[in-house]
Write a protein that binds this ligand. Structure first.
Ligand code: SF4
Ligand code: SF4
Length: 235
């Protein structure tokens, strides 16, 4: 098993450039399709029971008619000091050596302490069993578990893509290349607002972007040490 302190073990992370995000929600749709996320109707959404692993927050400025809107994609921040982990009574929420906050669905008993303790509201509870109208069930991703009623879930940084790319690199006897792992949201973003990579590699694109003067972390003062860095808008 890899050791999180070894310089060879990557620490996965993301950079979100707010200046590039147009709020189109292509990332939200891609995340749903990739991760077999349950589709919620209008009534469920009105009850606050819709599930999204990444959401686009909107911030309005000004008074009508001089109004502008700013967008912020929010997903699990894969905190190094994750408040969701120590509160889980069955160790369903845990940290992987490569810096992911992971969830073991088969352990989860649905007490939702983790969701209560996440300051980013990144964790989502399944109030219902999933259902896809035909023929949508034909497009489920075989690499991702379908979660049932009573289970907590959230962004995994598309761990199935990370593992698949790592296994291929091992077969090829080479390291994973910078930019080779593309989570679904990153791959789909039409403006390249989302960038994914190894934060431990100082030459990776995420490491170089994170050093930008515009860089900040969400709710940094809480000490959660997120793996996601945001770049402020220029205007
Ligand atoms: S953002 Fe929330 S769910 Fe994700 S690691 Fe941090 S506390 Fe846990
Ligand atoms: S990294 Fe994967 S799971 Fe996380 S928000 Fe993006 S598409 Fe969804």
């Amino acid at each position: 098993m890899s050791d999180s302190t070894s310089p060879q073990t990557p620490q996965w992370g993301m950079v979100v450039d707010l200046d590039r995000c147009t709020g189109c929600e292509a990332c939200v749709v891609a995340c749903h399709a990739e991760n077999n996320i349950r589709i919620s109707g209008e009534a469920e959404a009105a009850q606050g029971r819709a599930i999204n692993w990444i959401r686009i927050e909107r911030y309005w400025e000004g008074e009508y008619p001089n109004v502008s809107v700013k967008f912020m994609p929010v997903l699990c921040q894969h905190c190094a000091n994750a408040p969701c982990e120590p509160v889980c009574p069955v160790y369903a929420s845990y940290h992987t050596p490569d810096g992911l906050n992971a969830q073991v669905y088969n352990r989860c008993i649905g007490v939702r302490y983790c969701g209560n303790n996440c300051p980013y509201v990144a964790r989502q509870f399944n109030w219902f069993d999933p259902h896809w109208d035909a023929p949508l069930q034909e497009q489920l991703n075989p690499d991702v578990t379908v979660r049932m009623n009573g289970i907590m879930e959230k962004c995994t940084f598309c761990v199935q893509r990370i593992r698949k790319t790592k296994e291929q690199a091992e077969l090829d006897k080479r390291p994973v290349r910078d930019g080779e792992i593309q989570p679904a949201c990153v791959q789909t973003c039409p403006t390249s607002a989302l960038v994914f990579g190894n934060r431990r590699d100082p030459e990776s694109q995420v490491s170089r972007m994170a050093k930008n003067d515009r860089g900040f972390k969400l709710l940094e003062s809480l000490g959660t040490d997120p793996a996601v860095t945001y770049l402020k808008r220029l205007n």
